[in-house]
Design a binder for this molecule. Structure first.
Ligand code: PRX
Length: 654
């Protein structure tokens, strides 16, 4: 929930901002309201360089499969690289890469363009072409960004899989996308540890169903021992050696799929969110410009991983499209100690810093325990704007971030958006919006967000409801790869008369200001440390342990550090275990889920029962399980339960 403190934009943030003052914000919103297509067309022409200019703006004839700028052609990599070199920014630093061990490498726009072109040529030489899908399973690296840009350059659609996902998850994504190649690294370095990547690719491909894969390209990061399949595997340094440093971009239609990114929904199977080229790039660039007010001298740092949408829009594309200088960080916030972020801000004179509430909360704990890693022990004067993303930020964490990291002078942009939205949807603009801790404030200009009831009718301010977007916007999800029906059902369901985009979150608007506060997901999706997890996905993983598990139900419960924690209720195929045996089996199941999905999906809490609380018709009562998980006394009516006694049993943790 939001607090009642108001923070008007400081004079220094208003002065010279791209959107300066609330009047400027209101004017943009009014322009979008008065001429929606004209508004987006104007910014699409000003922000993006088109090979062939578009003449059509929005095509709604196939709704909800909307098309934007459909007869225009462009190339994202041209917009992010060549365009900056042509503008005289060739020698400007595009990326400051800081490795896990602290080693720093700077890459200029000219160099980034050359590296991207070489890899693009190498991909082409292997027969990879426009429309092919390429899976990228990489750690945070310049090479990871280059791989994404190289795909964009030749019109191949990339699908980045977060390096923390398991072989099984990777296999499922490769198969669903029908990918022709994987770009990976031998290993990744995180927190001083060498973690496998190539070995997981090998395991994924050996699981079967990946016959479409012809090439595996491996970036040598650590030189660790890896297996090699001749004819399929090649080193990145070998494939680019001798390739030309120029490569004519493939000019693609605006609607051409730039990337797929798999995310969790309310059913078991992750969905391949498909994004466009033109509309996506426009929003990536425009939000980077207005929300972060990114200016030529800024040093921008988004701490997300390129495996998530935040790393796509605000590392691989947005800041580069504007010719910015950005940090790419390989490591973790707590290595070698929990002062790492603050030290890096100090060392690189970071001016815009964008991170997740979970990271802030864990760094607060560390700073309170040890003054040496408190932000006050570092010089953070270079900062001018702070950002938050991925989950609600609680007012206490907001205040700490504002005071101790931002020195009380830096506006915090609490950006609400989703994998599906491509970029910010509801967010303050730093030189315009009065901030309220815990509220993501107002829609980005041109985004028609609203809070409605079950029938799709707008509810009065002050009343909670369902968050929707009333009009299509350029960077929205185009479809779910290979499953257009699921796209329609998930985001434009019939009971909403297929009218509005359904975000899957609840929201409430402030009675006086109309500011939005996100109240959390209204479906079976959890948000753990800003990572999105489907409860059904975890349940499927648990019951896949056919030897042990008869039935499982997964719910979330609030957690001080991770926002939400995963709590699993499990019925075994053997008598309910207790004591050490329960601990041992809980560990086995946790590791099992880690192997099936990835370590991020491991339940924090596993409780065993002889059964699950069910209605007489056999439906699991998740509402009750949520209360049990929270440790609440059950006050709800349990008279419809088949087996009320089960609640006591499930209340006992291991
Ligand atoms: O529940 C909302 C939450 O994260 C969900 C989207 O997750 P994902 O697709 O993984 O994208 C995360 C990065 C954009 C949303 O449905 N969420 C995201 N940002 C916020 C948020 N909840 C509250 N406040 C936010 N600023």
């Amino acid at each position: 929930m939001s607090s009642s403190h108001l923070y008007p934009p400081p004079e220094a943030a208003v002065k010279g901002a791209y959107v300066s003052g609330i009047e400027a914000y209101n004017k943009l919103c009014a322009e979008a309201e008065a001429d929606y297509e004209g508004f987006w067309a104007r910014h699409a022409r000003d922000t993006v360089t088109w090979k062939k200019p578009f003449t059509k703006v929005l095509n709604e004839s196939g709704a909800p499969f909307f098309k934007w700028f459909e007869d225009g052609t462009l190339n994202v990599s041209y917009n992010c690289l060549d365009r900056n070199v042509e503008r005289g920014l060739g020698d400007k630093t595009a990326i400051i890469f800081e490795a896990d061990d602290g080693k720093v490498t700077k890459v200029s726009y000219k160099q980034l363009l050359a590296q991207t072109s070489q890899l693009a040529n190498a991909l082409k030489a292997r027969g990879i072409k426009k429309g092919d899908r390429v899976v990228i399973y990489m750690s945070m690296s310049v090479e990871g960004v280059v791989a994404m840009q190289a795909c964009a350059r030749i019109g191949a659609t990339h699908s980045v899989v977060f390096g923390g996902f398991s072989a099984q998850s990777l296999r499922d994504r490769i198969e669903d996308a029908g990918a022709v190649a994987v770009i990976t690294a031998d290993e990744q370095l995180r927190g001083g540890k060498q973690l496998p990547l190539k070995a997981i690719v090998d395991e994924a491909l050996a699981l079967g169903g990946c016959d479409s894969i012809k090439n595996v390209i491996v970036y040598k990061r650590t030189g660790g021992n890896i297996a090699w399949t001749a004819g399929r595997d090649e080193w990145l340094h070998d494939v680019v050696a001798g390739q030309s440093t120029t490569c004519e971009p493939e000019w693609v239609e605006a609607e051409h799929p730039l990337f797929l990114l798999y995310t969790s929904g309310s059913t078991g199977k992750p969905k391949g969110v498909q994004h466009s080229t033109g509309g996506y790039l426009l929003h990536a660039a425009l939000t980077t410009k207005w929300t972060f007010d990114l200016r030529p001298d800024d040093v921008f740092w988004c701490t997300a991983d390129i495996g998530w949408v935040t790393g796509h829009t605000y590392i691989a594309y947005g800041p580069l499209a504007l010719g910015g200088t950005e940090i790419v960080f390989e490591g973790v916030p707590t290595y070698p100690d929990a002062g790492r972020f603050w030290k890096m801000i100090q060392d690189h004179k970071v001016s815009i810093f964008y991170t997740a509430p979970t990271a802030i909360r864990s760094l607060i704990k560390a700073a309170e325990a040890n003054a040496a890693v408190h932000p006050k022990s570092y010089d953070l004067k270079s900062l001018r704007i702070l950002g938050s993303v991925g989950e609600p930020i609680n007012p206490a964490a907001w205040e700490w971030y504002h005071q101790h990291v931002g020195g009380g002078r830096c506006p915090i942009v609490d950006t609400f958006w989703q994998t599906e939205t491509g970029g910010h949807m509801i967010t303050p603009l730093p030189g315009a919006t009065t901030l309220v801790p815990g509220s993501c404030t107002l829609p980005f200009p041109g985004i028609m967000a609203a809070v409605v009831d079950e029938t799709g009718k707008e509810v009065p301010w002050g009343q909670g409801g369902i968050l929707v977007v009333k009009r299509p916007w350029p960077s929205m999800i185009r479809t779910i790869w290979g499953d257009p029906e699921r796209f329609k059902k998930s985001y434009y369901p019939e009971d909403f008369k297929g009218k509005y985009y359904l975000a899957g979150d609840g929201a409430i608007r402030d009675e006086k200001t109309g500011y939005f506060t996100i109240t959390g997901r209204i479906d079976d999706v959890l948000n753990v440390s800003g990572h999105r997890m489907g409860t059904m996905e975890i349940e499927s993983a648990l019951v896949a342990h056919t030897e042990l598990v008869a039935e499982a139900a997964v719910v979330g419960r609030p957690d001080d550090t991770t926002g939400e924690a995963i709590c699993a209720f499990v019925v075994l195929k053997r008598p309910r275990p207790t004591g050490d045996e329960a601990k041992r089996i809980a560990k086995e199941l946790r590791d099992w889920v880690g192997k099936e999905i990835g370590p991020i999906a491991k339940p924090k809490d596993i409780r065993f029962g002889d059964n699950l609380p069910k209605t007489r018709s056999g439906k699991i009562m998740r509402r009750l399980l949520r209360s049990v998980a929270k440790g609440e006394t059950i006050t709800q009516d349990t008279s419809t339960l088949e087996n009320p006694a089960i609640l006591d049993q499930l209340s006992q943790s291991n």
